[in-house]
Design a protein around this ligand. Structure first.
Ligand SMILES: NC(=O)c1ccc[n+]([C@@H]2O[C@H](COP(=O)([O-])OP(=O)(O)OC[C@H]3O[C@@H](n4cnc5c(N)ncnc54)[C@H](OP(=O)(O)O)[C@@H]3O)[C@@H](O)[C@H]2O)c1
Length: 272
């Protein structure tokens, strides 16, 4: 089963990082792109660049704060007349540090964007896809959607939701013409860390981080082939798949010391 990437595609979180890179690649084949994020100036800049490269493309920009349920509903209403073929649920953020030091308002915001908005948008567009017998959803989860980790409890929780939701919805939609895939990257060089924080205080090793362009290319290759789970990068794939397949009692034994080590890091690093 292959998603109709030549159709009308909604990309959330298109103002930077993985979402912007996916939009640039999708612009080569889509008939229309609908770009969503809060930073309208960035979306308009991207729209201009996409139209300069492919003047026949239709590009709509819909600024929306997906942490706000009313804005999500406004977005859904704005798209009521569109036959959305593909939804890329990419908008999201992390909060890395110790759970007890995290700001509740940031956790609340993160859960609203990563979990609620993504689920609401899928709920809005899946019925039309099923009716038309074609469609695709690419949910951007994370390696943290497959492997639990200290220093990221609530973020891991949101991404485990995305992973469980994606896998289950994929099974449920089998035979309908609608394909659901999840992208589970390890570290990708984007603005993610500037918002999530980095409790280790160390840079990600160069060989474990992938570029945003590589991540987007591998994501679209996997999605267009209808793959269930896509993990970009050789070393992240090995790390994430090993982590996912390791029995939990072994994983707990291995990562317990990491939790204790994190707790001894300078307090300024641990607030997310
Ligand atoms: N980078 C990584 O290492 C990594 C690894 C695994 C998974 N991921 C996942 O990849 C996805 C994309 O992240 P990224 O790495 O590309 O980070 P990024 O560069 O920070 O991009 C995040 C995108 O999400 C949008 N967004 C955040 N809050 C929003 C809100 N309230 N309403 C609407 N849009 C919002 C941002 O747009 P505005 O700020 O303009 O609203 C931005 O376009 C996320 O779901 C993230 O969890 C990232």
């Amino acid at each position: 089963m292959r998603p109709p990437l030549e159709g009308v595609i909604v990309v959330t979180g298109a103002s930077s990082g993985i979402g912007a890179a996916l939009a640039r690649l999708l612009a080569e084949r889509a008939s229309a792109l609908i770009l969503v994020a809060r930073r309208a100036d960035r979306l308009l800049e991207l729209r201009d660049a996409l139209l300069a490269a492919r003047p026949g493309l239709r590009v709509e920009v819909i600024p929306a704060d997906l942490s706000d349920a009313a804005e999500v509903e406004r977005l859904v209403r704005a798209l009521e007349g569109e036959a959305v073929d593909v939804l890329i649920n990419n908008a999201g953020l992390g909060d890395l540090g110790l759970f007890e030091r995290a700001s509740w308002s940031k956790l609340d915001f993160m859960i609203r964007v990563n979990v609620l908005a993504a689920t609401r948008l899928a709920h809005a567009f899946v019925p039309g896809m099923v009716r038309r017998g074609r469609g695709g959803i690419l949910n951007v989860s994370s390696g943290f959607g497959m492997v639990p980790s200290p220093g990221a409890a609530a973020y891991v929780g949101t991404k485990h939701f995305v992973t469980g939701f994606s896998e289950s919805l994929r099974m449920e939609l089998a035979g309908t013409g609608v394909v659901v895939s999840q992208l589970c990257p390890g570290p990708v060089a984007t603005e993610f860390e500037s918002i999530a924080g980095n409790p280790t205080g160390y840079a990600v090793p160069w060989w474990f981080e992938v570029s945003v362009e590589h991540c987007a290319r591998v994501a679209l290759r996997g999605f267009s082939a209808g793959r269930a789970t896509i993990v970009p990068g050789f070393f992240p794939s090995i790390g994430i798949l090993l982590g996912a397949w390791t029995p939990r009692f072994v994983l707990r034994a291995l990562t317990g010391p990491a939790g204790r080590w994190l707790r001894r890091r300078p307090p300024a690093l641990l607030t997310g």
